[in-house]
Design a protein around this ligand. Structure first.
Ligand SMILES: C[S@@+](CC[C@H](N)C(=O)[O-])C[C@H]1O[C@@H](n2cnc3c(N)ncnc32)[C@H](O)[C@@H]1O
Length: 355
C-alpha cells in the first residue's frame, strides 16, 4: 500500500504556474468559435479523471487540452503516456511547459480530432483482443460542444467497425457533453430524453451518466450545464446489423418522435410501396405500430433493423432510398412548376396572332 502510494507520488507534477496564471501569461482569451470553456478547478478535473477508473500505467488520448487543467489531473493519476490533440495553436507553448514537467509522458499533436488518425497514435502492444478485458487505453476530454455530437457518432461508427481508437480493442471513453446531450445518451426506454443518440450509443456500449458540472464552474461560463459520460464498448453489439443500416432505421423512426412509430417506419420506403412494406416490416418485427419511438426497447429496434435488412435483401434499391431526398426533388419540381406558371412566356391557350 505504502509502496503503491509512493509510486503514485512519483508521477505527480512538480510545482508549476496555475492554469489561471498560464492563461494570463499567454493571454489565452477563450474563442467562442472553438467552444472554449475552461475548467480551472483541479478538484473538478480530478473528479472527471476518476470516472475513467484506475489509470495506473494507462495510455490516454485527451481531446482538446486547452490550457491543460484536465491534462494535469490525468498526468497526476499515474498514467504512463498522454497524447493530447489540440486545434488551437495558442495553447501549444503552455502544453510544452507541461510536457517539460512530465518528461517523456506528454505528447502534443497540433491538429483536429475529427481527422486525427488515432489508430496510429499508440504502440501495438497496447492492443487487447476485442472479446477480452478493455485495453489500458482511455480517451478523456472536456469536449468542445461544437464537435461533441459529431465526434461521438463518428466514434460509435468506429466502434462498430473496430477502426480508429478501437483497433486497440474496447477503448473506454470519459467525455463531457452539454447536459441535455448527456441525458439523451443515457436515457432509458420510455423516458422523455429517449432519442436517436440513446439507441445508437446503448446498442454498442454500456453508457453511464457520471455527474453534472454546473455551467458556473467553467471560464467563461457557458449557457448550459455539462454532463460527464463514461462509455465501455460491449463485446457484442445488441443489434447485429451494419452501423449505417441501424442508423437509418433509428433516424427514420425518431423523425416523428411524438407520433406512432409506424409513421417513421413508413418513410423508409418509396411512396408507391410505402403502406404495404411498412405493414410487412412491422409484422415481421412483431412491434406494435402504435407505440411511440421513445417507448421502443433496443430489442424492438433490433427486430425492426432485422426486418428492414431482410426487405433490403429482397429489393436492394431500398437501401439507398432516402425520404428526405425524394422530398427535396419534389419541392424542387414544385418550385420549377411555379416559376413556369408565372412566366410571361407561358402559353395561355389562346393561339398567338401571326405577326
Ligand atoms: C471546452 S474546451 C476544454 C479545454 C480544457 N480541456 C479544459 O477542460 O479546460 C475545448 C478545447 O478543445 C479545443 N478544440 C476545439 N475543437 C477542436 C478540434 N476539432 N480538435 C481538437 N481540439 C479542439 C479547443 O481549442 C479547446 O481547447
Amino acid at each position: 500500500m505504502m509502496a503503491a502510494s509512493g509510486k503514485l507520488a512519483s508521477f505527480r507534477l512538480p510545482p508549476l504556474p496555475t492554469v489561471g496564471e498560464l492563461i494570463k501569461l499567454y493571454n489565452l482569451r477563450a474563442e467562442k468559435q472553438l467552444s472554449q470553456n475552461f475548467l480551472l478547478d483541479l478538484r473538478l478535473t480530478d473528479k472527471i479523471v476518476r470516472q475513467a477508473g484506475s489509470l495506473r500505467d494507462a495510455h490516454v488520448c485527451e481531446v482538446g487540452p486547452g490550457p491543460g487543467g484536465l491534462t494535469r489531473s490525468i498526468l497526476n493519476s499515474g498514467v504512463s503516456d498522454v497524447l493530447v490533440v489540440e486545434k488551437d495553436t495558442r495553447f501549444i507553448p503552455g502544453l510544452k511547459l507541461l510536457s517539460e514537467a512530465a518528461p517523456g509522458r506528454l505528447r502534443i499533436v497540433h491538429g483536429d480530432i475529427l481527422t486525427y488518425r488515432m489508430d496510429r497514435g499508440f504502440p501495438e502492444n497496447v492492443s487487447k483482443p476485442w472479446e477480452e478485458d478493455p485495453p489500458n487505453l482511455h480517451i478523456i476530454g472536456n469536449l468542445p460542444f461544437s464537435v461533441a455530437t459529431a465526434l461521438i457518432i463518428k466514434w460509435l461508427e468506429n466502434m462498430a467497425d473496430r477502426t480508429g481508437p478501437f483497433v486497440y480493442g474496447r477503448t473506454r471513453l470519459t467525455l463531457t457533453f452539454q447536459k441535455e446531450v448527456a441525458e439523451r445518451l443515457t436515457a432509458s426506454t420510455g423516458s422523455k430524453q429517449r432519442s436517436r443518440l440513446s439507441i445508437m450509443a446503448q446498442n454498442l456500449c454500456t453508457v453511464r451518466n457520471c455527474f453534472t458540472i454546473p455551467g458556473r464552474a467553467f471560464v467563461p461560463k457557458p449557457e448550459v450545464d455539462v454532463g460527464v459520460v463514461h462509455f465501455t464498448p460491449l463485446v457484442q453489439a445488441q443489434i447485429q446489423q451494419p452501423f449505417k443500416l441501424v442508423e437509418k432505421v433509428v433516424r427514420n423512426v425518431f423523425q416523428f418522435r411524438r407520433k406512432h412509430c409506424h409513421k417513421g417506419v413508413e418513410k423508409l420506403f418509396p411512396e408507391a410501396c410505402r403502406v404495404e412494406l411498412t405493414q410487412e416490416m412491422m409484422r415481421k418485427a412483431d412491434v406494435d405500430p402504435v407505440l411511440r419511438p421513445t417507448e421502443l426497447t433496443i430489442p424492438q429496434f433490433r427486430a425492426l433493423a432485422d426486418a428492414y435488412a431482410h426487405l433490403c435483401t429482397q429489393e436492394a434499391s431500398l437501401l439507398s432510398y432516402e425520404f428526405r431526398e425524394e422530398l427535396r426533388v419534389k419541392n424542387l419540381a414544385r418550385k420549377i412548376k411555379k416559376i413556369a406558371d408565372t412566366s410571361p412566356d407561358k402559353p395561355t391557350g389562346v393561339p398567338r396572332q401571326p405577326c
